[in-house]
Design a protein. Structure first.
Length: 201
């Protein structure tokens, strides 16, 4: 009887669920990272998939938090890149509960080109695509209250905090905030590390 069921299942085209493998020596499936493919520390259950997330409570500079996320699983993890309205809303709701992070803020994966002429142009997500428009209030403002339309390149990274309504805030990379890392099988874009390094002291 057991042989009959094995033959029947095989004949029905049974496949393993996505993100699983029958080879115990196989490496992470970075094209489709499931819960078993991302590091165990990516365990923020309050944020829905398909990505997995890790919260960093301790405060560090933007580039240090970026390095930390990248090192978790190179090629699959980085500072979170908010790509859709749903992801923005989900992460905003998560932050609003109060996470106990340094300065009550988290760095996310975004940077401005050093050639930007105005405060609201040339922002990129760490995936290399134009940044999702999550700005609000007077942001971005480059800490320039005298002429907000002229970029002075003082604030080239992006954080989020418990604003109401929620929105992105441009800020200076040396500030010590928490962070949210994302595991989605996508590496940091090849052009982004040079941008980040250009702002390191």
């Amino acid at each position: 009887m057991r042989a009959f069921w094995i033959i029947l299942i095989a004949g029905c085209g049974f496949h393993s669920p996505p993100g699983t493998t029958t080879d115990p020596d196989a490496g992470p499936d970075t094209d489709n990272p499931g819960s078993g493919q991302c590091p165990a520390s990516y365990d923020v259950t309050k944020l829905p998939g398909p990505s997995h997330y890790r919260l960093i409570v301790d405060g560090h500079r933007a580039w240090e938090q970026s390095d930390d996320c990248n090192d978790d699983l190179p090629g699959s993890t980085r500072l979170v890149v908010i790509e859709t309205r749903k992801e923005f809303d989900d992460i905003s709701a998560y932050i609003k509960t109060g996470l106990g992070t340094a300065m009550d803020s988290v760095w996310i994966g975004a940077v401005q080109l050093p050639t930007a002429a105005t405060v609201d142009t040339d922002w990129l997500g760490f995936d290399g695509a134009p940044l999702f428009d999550g700005w609000g209030g007077s942001e971005p403002n480059d800490n320039n209250t005298s002429n907000p339309d002229e970029a002075n390149h003082e604030e080239q990274f992006v954080r989020m905090t418990r604003t109401n309504p929620p929105y992105f805030i441009d800020d200076s990379g040396p500030k010590m905030f928490g962070a949210i890392c994302e595991c989605d099988g996508k590496p940091i874009a090849a052009t982004v590390p040079a941008l980040i390094n250009g702002y390191r002291p």
